[in-house]
Design a binder for this molecule. Structure first.
Ligand SMILES: NC(=O)c1ccc[n+]([C@@H]2O[C@H](COP(=O)([O-])OP(=O)(O)OC[C@H]3O[C@@H](n4cnc5c(N)ncnc54)[C@H](OP(=O)(O)O)[C@@H]3O)[C@@H](O)[C@H]2O)c1
Length: 214
């Protein structure tokens, strides 16, 4: 059975996005500081069509997270653009340009129906209005036995975490405070649903905490 694997960068005070997300600031105000550690890494650069980059302990963790993924689930805010109904003639097509870095089906949870959006390079965005369990079922079918990445953001991740549906979680704990924004562990309760800390890798820029079911 394919696993639902979740990874996310989080501040010391528990935020995964800054406040006031917008087209100009998709990560929210200050949110970019959560990702500075990943931009120079070879695995991240390769995923975004760029050569070179650093190979270090963080790079190996990012490489691992990209392996054996057949589908991704994300929330409408992570997909981005504007809230509410889609623009009738020029609907938002994601942050990632014409060739997004997924190269597999992506299931976007939203309450606003829309036809699938086929992009270059094997990425198709499917807009799921039937809820988080339907999105997971569709992603499982599409993944063809491979694992499913839970991309985020906070709201969608909270639902899968609270329901105990996440099989693996990697927190990239970044030593900054955001002070406000979207906090990951809101409305999640006090249960990790069998997830245990199985690996810690500490670097000066980020500490990676991997949780899995033993
Ligand atoms: N730190 C990281 O590594 C990381 C990773 C990923 C994302 N992010 C950031 O996180 C932020 C987005 O997180 P977020 O918590 O604001 O939002 P989100 O989880 O990306 O999306 C929330 C939206 O998804 C839709 N939705 C959620 N659950 C649904 C359900 N069960 N059924 C139907 N639709 C559902 C709703 O959209 P509608 O209003 O369309 O119905 C809802 O408003 C962005 O800034 C993004 O850049 C950070």
């Amino acid at each position: 059975m394919s696993r639902l694997r979740f990874r996310i960068s989080m501040s010391l005070d528990g935020y995964v996005a800054g406040p006031y997300q917008s087209v100009d600031q998709p990560l929210g105000v200050g949110g970019r500081r959560l990702h500075e550690w990943v931009f120079p890494l070879a695995a991240f650069r390769r995923q975004h069509g760029q050569a070179g980059g650093e190979d270090n302990a963080s790079n190996r963790i990012v490489e691992e997270s990209l392996t054996n993924i057949g589908a991704t689930i994300m929330g409408r805010h992570m997909f981005g653009g504007h809230p509410g109904t889609w623009h009738p003639t020029k609907p938002w097509a994601g942050w990632w340009g014409s060739n997004p870095p997924f190269h597999h089906p992506v299931f976007v949870l939203t309450h606003h129906a829309r036809k699938p959006l086929v992009m270059e390079g094997g990425t198709t965005f499917h807009f799921v209005t039937e809820g988080m369990e339907a999105a997971l079922a569709q992603a499982r079918r599409a993944a063809g036995g491979r694992d499913i990445a839970l991309g985020g953001g906070a709201n969608v991740a909270q639902q899968y975490l609270a329901a105990g549906l996440v099989d693996e979680m990697e927190l990239h704990l970044v030593p900054v405070l955001l002070g406000r924004g979207e906090r990951l562990f809101e409305q999640v309760g006090d249960q990790l649903h069998g997830l245990e800390l199985v690996r810690t890798v500490a670097t000066p820029k980020v500490t990676h905490l991997k949780f899995a079911r033993p």
